[in-house]
Design a protein around this ligand. Structure first.
Ligand code: HEC
Ligand code: HEC
Ligand code: HEC
Ligand code: HEC
Ligand code: HEC
Ligand code: HEC
Length: 246
């Protein structure tokens, strides 16, 4: 959208920005962050594989899977195969009968469920975690900081400690009509993620070095939208990034 047109749309929509951006329809909280892996199974007789983020992230930070184990931040782009899992790669780094159930005749259908709703029944296990309004309805920042959960940040290096990097950034829109500064707290991200999960692929390491840093691109899954549409709290939750908006 041209910025002048966007400005008018925002003025007309009022402070809640209704109708300015099209958000993907929200799934039920217990299915937010669940993905269906179909890269190979769409062509095989085995049903697609369900993977739930809320079920796993209380035990492991993002870094474990998206840095150490090499899962991509986009579903169906990682070259996971059954043979690699049996060799201990990808899901097999844990699904090996030591950390979690392994691959055997009795367990195929635990992963190959064909539907994103297969872990719905276990969502109530998280009922005591702090709440938020959108997405899976859970406030993972508070859950971690208040010690409700103690996810492991490494499974390969028992001495790993995350690099302390407590730099808060204020991001200002690149056009001057509306002042909606966004905040980016590094520490609340590096508690979960590795620097390499964001730099340099998603963000330039230089403040304001990222071009086209705008809401409409985030809604396409770029920049903050790489995580804040599907796994971390979604873009609907304006105030957590724009504390000045009301
Ligand atoms: C136990 C492993 C594991 C953990 C922990 C984990 N992920 Fe994932 N994630 C996956 C897998 C597997 C996929 C699918 C990858 C594929 O199919 O190529 C995925 C996919 C994604 C996607 C793409 C979603 C989509 O709709 O395409 C995003 C974004 C993502 N993860 C973010 C995160 C964030 C943020 C965290 C931490 C809060 C996290 N993940 C923790 C395993 C994990
Ligand atoms: C870093 C370790 C780790 C990785 C990697 C991992 N898992 Fe898990 N997974 C676990 C653990 C631990 C549990 C057991 C959690 C529990 O039962 O509370 C689990 C549980 C599950 C469950 C059971 C869900 C339920 O409703 O009971 C499924 C299904 C599953 N994982 C699928 C996968 C798939 C598919 C992958 C790869 C795409 C994967 N996991 C990668 C650690 C991992
Ligand atoms: C821990 C979860 C998990 C378990 C348990 C599991 N799989 Fe898979 N399997 C996967 C994932 C993830 C893929 C990749 C799916 C895709 O790309 O569509 C996969 C892919 C496959 C494929 C596609 C072809 C290929 O070569 O990769 C077949 C066939 C398959 N699994 C069979 C089985 C059988 C049979 C069992 C039980 C003996 C089983 N799986 C148990 C997670 C699992
Ligand atoms: C995950 C964090 C995040 C969330 C949630 C979020 N924004 Fe943004 N928003 C940003 C960032 C980052 C920018 C770009 C700031 C810059 O240009 O430096 C931005 C820019 C904007 C702009 C400037 C114009 C534009 O398109 O870039 C407006 C207006 C805006 N956001 C409103 C909203 C509203 C309304 C919501 C809720 C519906 C929202 N934002 C949710 C991070 C977020
Ligand atoms: C969740 C994504 C994410 C993670 C993880 C992350 N960063 Fe950043 N980083 C950003 C964003 C967004 C910016 C601002 C980019 C812009 O304005 O174009 C940034 C900017 C920076 C800057 C420039 C700051 C300035 O004031 O110019 C440095 C240096 C940096 N990051 C280092 C790190 C280091 C070191 C780590 C790991 C300890 C890390 N980042 C982890 C997203 C991330
Ligand atoms: C690689 C994934 C990823 C990217 C990219 C990312 N975030 Fe996050 N962000 C997270 C995760 C994970 C959390 C922890 C909370 C959660 O999972 O809901 C988080 C938390 C936050 C918080 C803390 C909210 C609070 O309640 O204290 C803010 C603010 C935030 N992100 C803003 C941003 C902005 C702005 C951008 C883009 C400049 C961005 N994030 C990009 C994954 C990401």
């Amino acid at each position: 959208m041209h910025s002048a047109v966007l400005y008018l749309a925002i003025l007309m929509a009022g402070s809640n920005f209704d109708g300015v951006w099209k958000f993907p329809p929200p799934p039920p909280p217990e299915q937010y962050g669940n993905v269906l892996i179909t890269r190979l199974t769409s062509k095989s007789t085995h049903p697609p594989v369900a993977f739930s983020h809320w079920l796993h992230r209380r035990y492991f930070t993002c870094r474990v899977c998206h840095f150490e184990l090499g899962f991509a931040l986009k579903t169906n782009t990682t070259e996971i195969t059954e043979a690699k899992i049996r060799k201990g790669e990808y899901c097999g780094a844990c699904h090996n009968d030591r950390v979690a159930f392994g691959v055997s005749e009795g367990t195929c259908t635990m992963c190959h469920t064909g539907k994103v709703s297969s872990s719905d029944g276990r969502f109530s296990e998280l009922k005591d975690l702090p709440k938020s309004r959108y997405g899976d309805g859970l406030n993972w920042v508070k859950a971690l900081r208040k010690n409700f959960i103690q996810p492991k940040a490494s499974i390969l290096d028992s001495k790993y400690e995350s690099i302390p990097f407590d730099k808060n950034l204020r991001l200002e829109p690149e056009w001057g009509l509306i002042k909606t500064k966004a905040i980016f707290p590094h520490a609340k991200h590096t508690e979960w993620l590795d620097c390499a999960d964001c730099h340099p692929d998603i963000f330039n390491i230089q403040k304001k070095g990222t071009r086209h840093f705008r809401m409409e691109y985030m809604l396409e899954g770029k920049f903050c939208g790489a995580c804040h549409l599907t796994v971390a709290f979604p873009l609907q939750d304006c105030k957590r990034c724009h504390p000045d908006l009301d």
